[in-house]
Design a binder for this molecule. Structure first.
Ligand SMILES: Cc1cc2nc3c(=O)[nH]c(=O)nc-3n(C[C@H](O)[C@H](O)[C@H](O)COP(=O)(O)OP(=O)(O)OC[C@H]3O[C@@H](n4cnc5c(N)ncnc54)[C@H](O)[C@@H]3O)c2cc1C
Length: 407
């Protein structure tokens, strides 16, 4: 676009997570003036382990984010499946996958993206949208400043809902969450540890699976691991009536937790930086209505079991910027082309989120036995350079590493 700053179109981006920041950069590159609002009073940090696949890295490079990212994969890494007594069997981790993804923390990606945001992008913290009204020429949004309680209305040419799984933009412009959120009847607790776990070497990842519940330790090269508890539940709503650590003790009991889980739960008991949430997918027939569009978990949440949420958030944001540049002055055409290109990709990610659930947290002894067989098979396949190369060219691996914006 060659328009001057004042005449260039103005966009409101709701949410300062990886999808929102990436979208703001992509819009800026496409000649738009983004304003980002975030409901929290400040930017969050830390988080949990994430794997960043090729699609995300390619997009991150174009958006200027990649230079701030580094692969925290341990140089000497080893993965074990364990039981409560601490007995170990060889296992595999994310980093063993062909075309191995980069290992990092969610906070690493958000910080690198934030650092890549151009200086003239306005950010307002403690601000949420309360009403969204569209007409032929634009969108009027009522914004609430939650710090001082004041509200104001502003006009935008585009509103982007990048406000996560429980998106307010989606609720205001598309309808209530019950229409779009599909529970997988699983809960997770994910958090970073302040120190290595007793008995684990740096670089050692472990996975404990039992029917309906699992425990994961993700190792890094240069910091203590993060952990994940993932378990089945019959009543998602009831899960939120008790503290996370108490639920973990109930669900993973009555047997003794063993040293590793016990140490992790004690961290959870004294920390206020953790994620405790139900696992849900967002499924919508369309991600855009007029001048309102959803990006990232708000639109297509694939769940942690797919391992592709951050990757697809960055890739989807980058692609949106491309489509806006390919269809100058025609928002409807740009959004339609964007969604047509992106949807097969996120559909496949959602499917893998459903099938990978059995790998993360097998429901029954039979599923657990299948998982053990699959891990053994993969270890054999990965140990042959030829088979490893062939697997890296498989449809699923190509998808994870696609350049979505390639013409
Ligand atoms: C345990 C775990 C492991 C994962 N592992 C991987 C992995 O290996 N690979 C991978 O690619 N992905 C992974 N993911 C998924 C990935 O973390 C998410 O898909 C991604 O962070 C979603 O980013 P987002 O910006 O779309 O949404 P969010 O991260 O949810 O960000 C939304 C932002 O919007 C803000 N917000 C919310 N409501 C409002 C409002 N009303 N007004 C203003 N602001 C608002 C929030 O405060 C937040 O800052 C994992 C997720 C989990 C939980």
């Amino acid at each position: 676009m060659t328009t001057s700053a004042q005449s260039s179109p103005r966009a409101l981006v709701v949410g300062l997570g990886v999808s929102g920041i990436s979208t703001a950069i992509a819009l800026h590159q496409a000649g738009w003036r983004p304003v980002v609002i975030e409901k929290a009073a400040a930017r969050r940090g830390g988080g949990y382990f994430i794997a960043m696949f090729g699609s995300g890295r390619i997009a991150a490079d174009r958006l200027g984010i990649l230079k701030g990212l580094r692969n925290r994969i341990p140089a000497r890494r080893v993965n074990h499946d364990i039981d409560r007594a601490g007995r170990r069997r060889p296992g595999i981790g994310f980093a063993d996958l062909p075309n191995g993804p980069w290992m990092m923390m969610r906070g690493d990606v958000e910080r690198a993206a934030f650092d890549a945001l151009p200086d003239d992008v306005e950010i307002r913290y403690a601000t949420v949208p309360e009403a969204i009204e569209q007409d032929a020429d634009g969108v009027t949004v009522t914004l609430r400043d939650t710090a001082d309680g004041t509200a104001r209305t502003e006009r935008f040419d585009l509103v982007v809902g990048a406000d996560g799984l429980r998106s307010t933009v989606r609720k205001l412009a598309f309808g209530p969450p019950e229409k779009y959120l599909h529970r997988l009847d699983h809960m997770i607790a994910a958090f970073a540890l302040p120190a290595e776990l007793p008995g684990l070497a740096r670089g050692e990842g472990v996975i404990l699976t039992e029917p309906g519940r699992s425990f994961w330790v993700f190792p890094f090269a240069d910091r203590p691991p993060t952990v994940l508890f993932s378990y089945h539940t019959d009543d998602v709503d009831a899960e939120f009536t008790k503290p996370a650590a108490r639920r973990i003790r109930e669900v993973y009991g009555p047997e003794p937790l063993g040293e590793l889980m016990e140490t992790a739960v004690r961290v959870l008991e004294t920390s206020d930086e953790y994620l405790f949430d139900s696992v849900e997918q967002a499924r919508l027939d369309t991600w855009h209505r007029g001048r309102v569009v959803l990006v990232g978990d708000a639109a297509w949440c694939v769940t942690l079991y797919a391992g592709m949420g951050a990757t697809s958030g960055i890739a989807g944001a980058d692609l949106l910027g491309h489509m806006l540049q390919r269809h100058p002055g025609d928002l409807a055409a740009a959004l339609t082309a964007w969604e047509a290109r992106l949807r097969p990709y996120t559909d496949a990610c959602q499917r893998s989120g459903l099938t990978n659930r059995t790998l993360f947290t097998p429901a029954t002894r039979a599923e657990q036995a299948r998982r053990t067989l699959m891990i053994r098979l993969r270890r054999v396949l990965f140990s042959s350079p030829t088979l490893y190369r062939l697997m890296s060219r498989s449809k699923q691996m190509r998808l994870r590493n696609d350049d979505l914006a390639a013409a």
